[in-house]
Design a binder for this molecule. Structure first.
Ligand SMILES: [Zn+2]
Length: 307
């Protein structure tokens, strides 16, 4: 009892002698390139990290143009989290320009990428043009999200060994939440008739989702938003919608809605709503976290395809 009192008194003295900032636990400054990755880091890092996000909510990481302030953000970071798989074509130059000493962590490390071959779509059928390269949207499969979380946990532990236990606990808690969402997604898809599990989106951002949960996404634009869809691509998709009676087209939060609106008008396929592909919504939007994004997307798909 006495000891506790002395301890409390000592604590009070220290608190008065030091400014509050010196007493507060120092946080690990980290950068994440885009909002979805930032949310994973937030969940694993908790209050031990302070996160700066380069491409904000509703932003398009494919075509992002870094500002000089971004180089300063990197210079002040201890760890920089990137997606990899060529999502951030601009990041290498920015890192170099910043002179940062931070460790650069590729959050998709260990994930098998979907490779896109020209003139071959994801089902291996010939004739659907895609650009060469890998598909960066690995986060759209929750199985892959687990790998992001493990990579983030390991990287934070390496940068801040004192936080090991906290990072492990946070990661485990978050993985349990992801497992629950994964079950919801699978159950919701099981309720959509198999022949209706096929929609149009603007760019090819849902290939991992489709492969994981048994769903087909067809997009006039490739796996990046950098290249615009050609008139030929659009004409082909319009024919495909008619021939295969594809029930719905969806808008994306990061893409110009006009292309999909035009396709809807020409084919009569209804616009199912807006799904979140490459970025979270703002705080008051329907997809301000990864988990809310997955729930929102599956709600939109279910609503459009089961009615
Ligand atoms: Zn994308």
């Amino acid at each position: 009892m006495i000891r506790r009192t002395i301890f409390a008194a000592l604590g009070a003295t220290v608190a008065m002698a030091n400014p509050p900032s010196a007493l507060a636990q120092e946080t690990l400054p980290v950068v994440a390139t885009f909002s979805i990755l930032s949310d994973f880091v937030k969940n694993v890092g908790g209050d031990r990290v302070s996160i700066t996000t380069l491409v904000g909510t509703n932003g398009d990481a494919h075509v992002y143009q870094p500002a000089p302030a971004d180089a300063k953000k990197l210079a002040g970071a201890k760890v920089i989290f990137v997606n990899g798989f060529k999502l951030e074509g601009w990041i290498d130059r920015l890192i170099k320009a910043s002179g940062t000493k931070a460790s650069v962590v590729t959050a998709t490390k260990g994930i098998t990428p979907r490779e896109m071959a020209e003139d071959e779509d994801r089902d291996g059928r010939k004739g659907q043009a895609h650009e060469h390269g890998v598909d960066p949207h690995a986060w759209q499969s929750i199985a892959n999200a687990r790998i992001y979380v493990a990579n983030i946990r390991d990287a934070l532990t390496a940068a801040d060994p004192a936080g090991k236990e906290a990072y492990e606990k946070n990661a485990a808690d978050y993985l349990a939440k992801l497992a629950a969402v994964e079950t919801e997604v699978k159950e919701a898809i099981a309720k959509i008739p198999a022949e209706r599990r096929r929609i149009i989106t603007t760019h090819d951002a849902f290939g991992y989702f489709g492969a994981a949960y048994g769903f087909e996404f067809i997009a006039p634009q490739g796996v990046s938003t950098e290249t615009e869809a050609s008139a030929r691509d659009v004409a082909k998709i319009i024919r495909q919608i008619r021939a295969q009676k594809i029930p719905a087209v969806f808008l994306e939060n990061v893409s110009d809605p006009r292309l999909v609106q035009r396709i809807s008008e020409e084919t009569g396929a209804k616009i199912g709503g807006t799904i979140y592909s490459d970025a979270l919504s703002g705080e008051n939007g329907p997809a301000s976290t990864y988990i809310d994004m997955m729930r929102h997307n599956i709600r939109e798909l279910s609503a459009a395809l089961t009615s």
